[in-house]
Ligand binder design. Structure first.
Ligand code: PEP
Ligand code: MN
Length: 342
């Protein structure tokens, strides 16, 4: 839809615009209003270059693109009935809870094994544990490959599928080789298109699931969904969208909580929404409230940093991780709230 700056294009302007869209096999339908006339593009109006050229004309205010830039992830796509499943939980039908350490301490595997058992006992369906860590401070602990073995050992002890973040192609290869079930793409890599493409290629034909975090800096929701489209494009659409708070922060919280975007995402995409309250609010005392808000907003799942003894944790755990008894209470309350939604 082309909106001119004035109420109507002159004949010369109309000719120029028509000339551009015809180069892209489109045409223009004129819609005359009482005051303003608008110009609908007929044909495939997703050509970026066509839109840029029309928008570049000095007498054009803007071009509204009504077609979705994400064909596969769109709520109207043929994939809308695609069922993402994690650890026997069918997303959308039942609440999914992923829980575990921010960071696995390679020197203390026992702590992770204890947390893994406690997560299972509390009713969690999948285990999270950071092996490689994206740290803002380059001198902070960056994670260790040794933790991959611990993660997989915890999976085989509990029977729970596991989630870990991959930051580059080497991690991706090692994680898939080890049998990691859920690949997490962190907020810092959420717009790393070359990594997204490589993950899409690597998981095609597998039942691997991706937990795609929302980028840290607020961007349009379409940008978030388009990031998922990069992955789905290669054939595996098992993608969960994970809002985790954005910058700038809300005073008192680590980030600006964004669980409220859930209904907006659901209007645009069929992808399940799994909220990460831990990185959003950044303090264990606020996590429970954030989880409840997420469920009230219609989220399909939660990914919560949980630790048997947060004070002995590394990474974010001492500040953010809840303990398994709190996890158990959150799951019970979230399920009650979930039941009220229908
Ligand atoms: C994490 O899950 O521990 C993490 C680093 O997440 P994010 O990418 O959302 O900061
Ligand atoms: Mn963390």
């Amino acid at each position: 839809m082309i909106l001119p700056k004035s109420n109507k294009l002159t004949d010369d302007q109309f000719k120029e615009v028509t000339g551009i869209v015809e180069e892209f096999d489109c045409s223009i339908q004129v819609i005359v209003g009482a005051v303003r006339t608008i110009y609908a593009i007929i044909g495939d109006e997703r050509h970026d270059l066509m839109i840029k050229r029309v928008e570049g004309l000095p007498y054009i205010a803007r071009v509204d693109n009504i077609q979705s830039p994400h064909k596969l992830m769109d709520v109207r796509s043929d994939l809308a009935n695609h069922q993402v499943e994690v650890g026997g939980v069918k997303l959308g039908r039942e609440l999914l809870v992923i829980a575990g350490h921010c960071t696995i301490d390679p020197k203390n595997p026992q702590l992770f094994y204890e947390t893994a058992e406690a997560v299972k006992e509390a009713g969690g369906h999948a285990l999270r544990g950071g092996v490689w860590k994206p740290r803002t401070n380059p001198y902070s602990f960056q994670g260790s490959e040794k933790s991959l073995k611990i993660l997989m050992e915890a999976s085989s002890r509990t029977g729970l599928p596991v989630d870990t973040e991959v930051m580059d192609e080497a991690h991706l290869e090692m994680a898939l080789e080890a049998g990691v079930h859920i690949l997490q793409i962190g907020t810092r890599n959420a717009l790393n298109y070359s990594l997204l493409r490589n993950i899409g290629k690597a998981i095609a034909g597998r039942d691997t699931v991706v937990l795609l975090k929302r980028s840290r800096h607020m961007g349009p929701l379409d940008e978030f969904i388009a990031a998922a489209e990069y992955i789905a494009n290669f054939g595996n659409p098992n993608i969960m969208l994970c809002p985790r708070g954005t910058m700038p922060t809300l005073e008192g919280y680590r980030n600006h909580p964004d669980e409220s975007i859930t209904p907006l995402l659901k209007e645009r995409t069929w992808a399940p929404v799994v909220i990460d309250p831990s990185h959003s609010v950044g303090r264990s005392v606020y996590v429970e409230a954030c989880c409840m808000a997420a469920i009230a907003y219609g989220a399909d799942g939660l990914c919560i940093e949980t630790h048997v003894t947060p004070s002995r944790g590394i990474g974010d755990d001492p500040k953010q991780a809840i303990q398994p008894d709190v996890l158990k209470r959150i799951i019970a309350k979230a399920e009650r709230l979930w039941a009220l939604r229908t």
